[in-house]
Design a binder for this molecule. Structure first.
Ligand code: AMP
Length: 218
């Protein structure tokens, strides 16, 4: 797969990030996650990070201006020349319109918009149980995917793990509300242009990856 530009849309905990990483590893198309970029900015204490931190902690959206600027700068970098997978952007119709403008200026085409569909009950269980290796970032889950050796990362052997601050039950409810109110209007936006396809995100990681590949192959 070369030179493709894909948007993955889905609720928090829907598995977009996991699938975007798999596509990145398999095809070398870079994953652009605004959530990851913002968390890195918060950690580094940059001006953007300072502005985003409080909003992220209460499950609301960072301003369109900030995330649009992040993506506008990021897609100009050389590793995006072979295409990219947008994970967590756009999240509002204003962001989608800004993305259209950015792509038009660069004479680039959006190939696919894929909704990873997962109902709320499943999301809450998934999100509140997830954690990751602090060193290499590999993801785990309290119920569904514990490390093979308790307390030790399967991938790098580290014994340090982290949980996202916004992965608690209260914030998850707010993130889901935000998703329904602000992000689901993107479905008619892209459906009207014949770009939207839906996959079932309740299945295993492997199964969802297979569905995704099938959609991308058509
Ligand atoms: P995520 O890792 O995609 O779940 O994003 C975590 C948090 O970062 C969200 O709850 C928002 O506060 C913020 N965020 C990430 N992407 C965006 C975006 N495209 N627009 C606004 N806020 C975002």
């Amino acid at each position: 797969m070369k030179n493709v530009r894909i948007i993955l849309i889905g609720p928090p905990g829907g598995g977009k990030g996991t699938q975007a990483k798999l596509l990145q590893d398999k095809y070398g198309i870079v994953q652009l996650s605004t959530g990851d970029i913002l968390r890195a900015a918060v950690k580094a204490g940059t001006a953007v990070g300072l502005e985003a931190k409080a909003v992220m902690e209460i499950g609301q959206l960072v301003s369109d201006d900030i995330v649009i600027r992040i993506i506008a700068d990021r897609i100009k970098e050389s590793d995006c020349l072979n295409g990219f997978i947008l994970d967590g952007f756009p999240r509002t119709v204003a962001q989608a319109e800004a993305l259209d403008d950015l792509l038009t200026v660069q004479k680039l085409i959006l190939n696919r918009v894929i909704e990873v569909h997962v109902p709320d009950e499943i999301l809450i269980q998934r999100i509140t149980g997830r954690f990751a290796c602090a060193l290499c970032g590999v993801g785990y889950h309290d119920v569904f995917q514990r490390p093979r050796r308790e307390g030790t990362c399967d991938s790098c052997g580290s014994s340090e793990f982290i949980r996202r601050k916004d992965d608690n039950k209260e914030t998850v409810q707010l993130r889901l509300q935000t998703y329904r109110a602000q992000t689901t209007p993107l479905f008619p936006y892209y459906e009207g242009r014949g770009l939207l396809q839906v996959i079932d995100g309740t299945m295993s990681v492997k199964n969802v990856a297979q569905q995704l590949e099938k959609v991308l192959a058509t």
